[in-house]
Design a protein around this ligand. Structure first.
Ligand code: PMP
Ligand code: GLU
Length: 396
């Protein structure tokens, strides 16, 4: 069949592809140490599952309003008021099938051919692909390990052209774990207002912040900033609800109306049952979020300890999320485990999987050649065994 040019150009999600490759090897009977997908290994808290069962029993199994049920929109607004002092009205909320879908909605509503979207690298794998789907051009701006992989106001300013439609910011960041300091955010916000550039602020990891870092929502820097901010978030990471597929945007009313129209045509509504579960997540006790965060914090400490003792790698400590992102380029051209030699991060990941049965994701997927990403959303004993094997692989 003749496929569209758009879809022919589209790359599959590299994180999902890496997980599939690991699964393939697992299916042949090999024990694989899996650190690819960014998804919490915890089960969804029981009170959230119970709310879903109750929703089914109550017959909430039909279409809902395209942008979500009123209870969920209200629960989202209440949480932002309580957590960030931000006043949003339900008319500014669009609930979607996960934050990835929310990002797609924003980009489709704002961008088209000829437009430019500024994306700091390293970036989450789907950002550039979703921008390209709209026909717009991703403008990648490189951030470095020294700055904790944070975009500076100067870099943002220098990347703006008359065609710039949007800045995509991810705080804390996937894949680096970089958490933006408040002063950096404030400076970026100032540029956004002065140059009148909307900012998509992907805050899906906001609850996963570790000692020494803080989180501040981009919309909190005043009314002029809020007018230009689109918050993207969801329940996947904070509540271990990746499979339920609930994300949202908080945006100015005109953009919300545009996305609402779009969503009514492309998907009707997000799953009714998941929406009731998300209400329970947001309105119920937040203790489960803290319990999971503390467990991630323990794993992070362990991972940092192991990374510090690996030969010839470098990294910036992740302040948030559940990823370690490290530079393995000094190992290129050397003899690694099994006598294999590699020339880039993708070859490194392939060799590591084949020789040591450890699955990571190549930095190439995140616009960061030379790096690899390890998700520590898995238990300590798997991390320990995985690091033992990684260390042995590096030592050749
Ligand atoms: N943004 C970032 C930075 C992510 O890492 C992810 C996926 N892990 C998403 C958005 C999408 O999350 P979901 O679609 O599961 O809500
Ligand atoms: N976003 C997660 C990750 O980076 C899940 C996979 C995906 O949606 O790409 O691993």
């Amino acid at each position: 069949m003749q496929l569209s040019e758009t879809v022919q150009k589209l790359k599959p999600s590299a994180t999902i592809a890496a997980a599939a490759k690991a699964r393939e090897l697992k299916n042949t009977g090999v024990h694989v140490y899996e650190f690819t997908l960014g998804e919490p290994d915890f089960v969804t808290p029981e009170h959230i599952c119970e709310a879903a069962r109750e929703a089914i029993a109550a017959g909430h199994t039909h279409y809902t309003a395209a942008t979500g049920i009123a209870e969920l929109k209200q629960a989202i607004c209440s949480r932002y008021l309580q957590d960030h002092g931000l006043e949003y009205s339900p008319s500014q909320v669009v609930v979607s099938n996960g934050a990835k879908h929310s990002i797609h909605n924003v980009l489709t509503a704002l961008c088209g051919p000829g437009d430019e979207v500024i994306i700091p690298t390293p970036y989450w794998v789907s950002y550039s692909a979703l921008v390209e789907l709209t026909g717009a051009t991703p403008v990648e701006v490189e951030t470095t390990q020294d700055s904790g992989f944070c975009l500076s106001a100067e870099q943002f300013s220098a990347a703006i052209t008359p065609r710039t439609r949007l800045l995509m910011l991810n705080n804390p960041c996937n894949p680096t774990g970089g958490a933006y300091p408040v002063e950096t955010l404030e400076a970026l916000a100032k540029v956004a207002v002065e140059r009148d550039i909307p900012v998509l602020s992907d805050e899906i990891y906001e609850k996963l912040i570790y000692e020494g870092s803080t989180f501040r929502s981009f919309a909190t820097f005043g009314e002029e900033v809020a007018k230009r901010t689109i918050i993207v978030s969801g329940v996947s990471k904070a509540y271990a609800m990746t499979g339920w597929r609930i994300g949202w945007t908080l945006a100015p009313a005109d953009l919300t109306a545009a996305m609402s129209k779009l969503q009514s045509q492309e998907t009707s509504n997000p799953c009714s049952i998941s929406q009731y579960a998300a209400v329970a997540a947001l309105e119920g006790s937040q203790d489960c979020v803290e319990t999971m965060r503390q467990e991630f914090a323990r794993r992070r400490e362990y991972v940092l300890g192991r990374l510090r003792s690996l030969p010839d790698i470098s990294f910036a400590e992740p302040g948030g999320a559940f990823y370690a992102f490290f530079d393995v380029s000094r190992h290129f051209g050397r003899k690694l485990g099994g006598g294999v030699q590699v020339n880039d991060a993708s070859e490194f990941c392939t060799a590591l999987l084949e020789q040591a049965h450890v699955a990571l994701v190549t930095g190439d997927a995140f616009g960061a050649p030379g790096y690899v990403r390890l998700s520590f959303a898995t238990n300590l004993s798997v991390l320990e065994a995985g690091f033992d094997r990684l260390e042995a692989f590096l030592k050749g």
